[in-house]
Design a protein around this ligand. Structure first.
Ligand SMILES: Nc1ncnc2c1ncn2[C@@H]1O[C@H](COP(=O)(O)OP(=O)(O)OP(=O)(O)O)[C@@H](O)[C@H]1O
Ligand SMILES: [Mg+2]
Length: 419
């Protein structure tokens, strides 16, 4: 598909890619009278949707999958009112997401609190429509579903793996880029690296990628009109098959990210990849916190130094106060050395947590890989290569074809692991 420029993308309406030949079927759940009336009027005035049924209760019985009560074939859209009972509404959305994945779920509510929006998105809603629903709001949401239906998206559900340093320079970007390229190439996984630095991110640089025009925060700003075609314009592609959404260069004005927008963008990206690796800036910004709430696992990359370990402890304490479940944290000890002054046992005692993974200290190998010169020629064998291969397996990556892992030479930093 030809990449779309951001200007083209911004000027186009989602309606352009939406065929009106076949209206989208809609089922409502617990909608109030006014909302149902708006939907009726909308369906009568434009042949974009067809109202199929309206259920007056939340069906949350585990023994009755949503695919059964939604009717056959399952509808294109299910619109759920979240105001009567948010908990039950979220359960209904989750049930639809797991048993009727082709049905898009819209939440409707009069409450615009960011936390509530994020919760609804996490339960599987792709749209959050505020009451009273406006025609334009509805039109755009419906058109996005129509556009997506045309795209025939492969139904992936990525693991979102976030990586943050205990302090600067712990090795986050090295690990994220190398592991990402490995997953994409040796394990044939559809993998994306997102550089979440507000400025001066290094992920694209470490992969030798210079041909890109847009960065992650521009994507977030366009989250309302996100579809597969718009996304193409934001991707930089590495020879390994790894795709990257870079960070801003650092020469643009600081931007304000709307609460919920990062989570919404990742909800969209999740459906298009098997692994998403996020390179985060050290620190506890609102965007980082939102990311951590939304990821599957947070890897804190630390080293055996007092300041890094102290910061790791502080980060865990802070995140626990913010009600991030402890089982989401993983400690990666980088530049591991068996004869380190601080032993592994002492580190685990200090952190109050087991070390999830240890990456050996191999400065020469890592620095050659990221210098972008000729890493393949310079790395004939590497413990880091073997170590990260094991880590990829540990993260659940298996070669689905059952073949031996691909050994591809001459593809940038991948040479690092293939020897
Ligand atoms: N396993 C390792 N062994 C030895 N050196 C390493 C290892 N991993 C990373 N390094 C080195 O550490 C330095 C910092 O790495 P990197 O830029 O990946 O860290 P970072 O956490 O992303 O830093 P920043 O906070 O600036 O984004 C680099 O010079 C890199 O070569
Ligand atoms: Mg970095």
């Amino acid at each position: 598909m030809k990449p779309m420029s951001i200007r083209d993308a911004l000027n186009s309406s989602p309606l352009e890619s939406f065929s009106t030949s076949q209206p989208l079927s809609v089922v409502g759940v617990c909608l109030d009278e006014e909302t149902w009336a708006v939907l009726k009027l909308f369906a009568e005035s434009a042949p974009l949707i067809k109202l199929r049924s309206h259920l007056s209760e939340y069906r949350t019985d585990d023994t009755e999958p949503a695919s059964e009560w939604l009717g056959s074939p399952t509808p294109d859209i299910c619109i759920i009112d979240f105001d009567r009972d948010r908990k039950k509404a979220a359960l209904v959305a989750e049930s639809i997401r797991s048993t009727a994945a082709d049905t898009s779920i819209f939440a409707v509510s009069a409450d615009a609190q960011p936390d509530l929006i994020i919760q609804a998105m996490r339960s599987g809603c792709s749209e959050y429509l505020l009451k009273p629903i406006g025609r334009e709001q509805l039109l755009n949401a419906v058109a996005r579903v129509g556009g997506r239906r045309k795209e025939r998206v492969q139904p992936f559900k990525a693991q979102v793996l976030a990586f943050v340093g205990a302090k600067g320079g712990c090795g986050v970007t090295s690990l994220v880029t190398q592991l990402g390229a490995l997953l994409a190439n040796s394990f044939s996984k559809k993998t994306l690296v997102v550089d979440l630095h507000p400025d001066f991110g290094d992920a694209a640089l470490y992969l030798g990628l210079t041909k890109y025009r847009y960065h992650f925060f521009e994507l977030v700003e366009n989250t309302e009109r996100l579809d597969g075609e718009l996304l193409q314009g934001f991707l930089a592609r590495h020879g390994s098959g790894l795709e990257v959404i870079p960070a801003p260069e650092g020469n643009s004005a600081p931007r304000r990210v709307l609460p919920g927008a990062v989570a919404q963008t990742f909800e969209f990206l999740r459906m298009r990849y098997e692994y998403i690796m996020v390179d985060m800036n050290p620190g506890l910004s609102d965007e980082n916190l939102e990311m951590i709430r939304h990821c599957d696992q947070l890897h804190v990359v630390t080293v055996a130094e007092v300041s890094a370990l102290r910061n790791t402890v502080r980060q865990f304490e802070y995140l626990t106060r913010k009600e991030i479940p402890r089982d989401r944290f993983r400690v990666i000890l980088n530049r591991h050395h068996k004869r380190s002054l601080i032993s592994d046992g002492e580190i685990e005692k200090t952190l109050g947590q087991k070390i999830f993974w240890k990456v050996p200290n191999q400065y020469a190998h890592v620095v050659k890989a990221i210098n972008g010169g000729d890493p393949i020629a310079s790395l004939s064998s590497s413990d880091v290569a073997r170590n990260l291969r094991d880590l990829a397996s540990h993260l659940g990556a298996r070669n689905t074809s059952g073949e031996k892992e691909k050994k591809k030479e001459g593809s940038g930093i991948l040479g690092l692991w293939s020897r």
